[in-house]
Write a protein that binds this ligand. Sequence first.
Ligand code: SAM
Length: 247
Amino acid sequence: KLSNRLQRIHDQIPDGSRMADIGSDHALLPVAAIRSGKAASAVAGEVNPGPYDAACKQVSDAGLKEKITVRRGDGLDVISAGEVDVITIAGMGGALIASILDRGLSKLEGVQLLILQPNVGEDILRRWLLEHHWVVVAEQLLEEDGKIYEIITAMPQSVSPIANVEVYRARPLQGGAELTEDLLLRMGPYLVDRPTDVFFAKWESEIIKLQGVVNSISKSDQDSSRDKAAEVERLIANLKEVLACLP
Ligand code: SAM
């Protein structure tokens, strides 16, 4: 049985997709997607030998070697252009996911959907998507085993029903706070529109972490560190203002 996190990713896959799961580890997601019919075929990509072996075993034990190819390699190196229509990348930092996409840019031709689950650095990933003409079309936030996860689903701008200018349009909130593009990239344009208890819990804990950053760098006598501390303090103030204005 899939974890709630992987199940939610699975549920975003359109029926009959040709999928690639990059950083697949145990290949749980492609196995479940083939069984449910979400995927017609799948590539499970892994760069590290241990997880690669685990993926091979899982696929073989499931009797799905005909439908799922397990390939060893870095990021999107394991697929060729036009081979898949959906790519899932889950359980890594947002910066790593963005660098995998960046390095594999030519392989994204023809891909219709990216389903990404960054553990941290969601803003870096959203920024990469924005700069490379991918539109975030759905976002989910969930808590499992005391951890909070975001799932970001994106489509190429050419086929997306919405445009990035709309998704990231700065907007005032009732109560006076301004949701800037920067804050939307950090908080998630959809998540901020429908804030849940998990959303507020996430941002409370993020603010505590940011405050820790301020405390540690403001002790330095370097001008650049003091500037950075002031910048993070401004960010904290902006986040608090927005949170106070959300329903
Ligand atoms: N995707 C699974 C999940 O969400 O449950 C596994 C997540 S696991 C924490 C991250 C996996 O990504 C590891 O198995 C690691 O070997 C793999 N990985 C890290 N960098 C990678 C890269 N550049 N290319 C392919 N796999 C990578």
